[in-house]
Write a protein that binds this ligand. Structure first.
Ligand SMILES: [Zn+2]
Length: 134
């Protein structure tokens, strides 16, 4: 019985955060067979089960797809209250959840930039692009 030869365990959440710190950007696992992108990364494509993956850098700018203002939170994020969590799309095929730096003037379709803050929690936040900031 043949063993999978290309199974690589590097596509883990630990390596996602290691790359965030080392490269100062977010990376997704991209399936080389079907082009599906995954954050958090997984060692097997969740669409076609291929193990042929590569790291790709997430574009620096995205657009808000949905958001919600949070007034009640777990202990970890109480110091941020109230805050906005949103899902932002980066290109056609990647949607990422995150905390937004701003609370006011948030709209669906607003452009956001990823800000990496490797020594804080959360390790990345979204910030409204200057054109969308009032
Ligand atoms: Zn795939």
């Amino acid at each position: 019985m043949s063993q999978p030869t290309s199974f690589r365990t590097e596509f883990t959440i630990e390596n996602f955060f290691r790359k965030l710190k080392e490269e100062g950007s977010l990376s997704a696992a991209r399936c080389e067979k079907c082009n599906f992108k995954m954050i958090p990364p997984r060692p097997i494509c969740s669409r076609c089960l291929s193990c042929d993956l590569e790291w790709v850098r997430v574009p620096a700018r995205g657009k808000i797809v949905s958001f919600s203002e949070v007034h009640v939170s777990s202990e970890n994020f109480q110091r941020l209250l109230p805050y906005v969590v949103c899902i932002a799309s980066f290109g056609d095929d990647l949607k990422i959840p995150g905390i937004l730096k701003e609370v006011k003037n948030v709209k669906v379709g607003s452009e956001v930039e990823i800000e990496i803050q490797p020594d804080k929690k959360p390790e990345y936040v979204f910030a409204l692009s200057s054109a969308d900031r009032v």
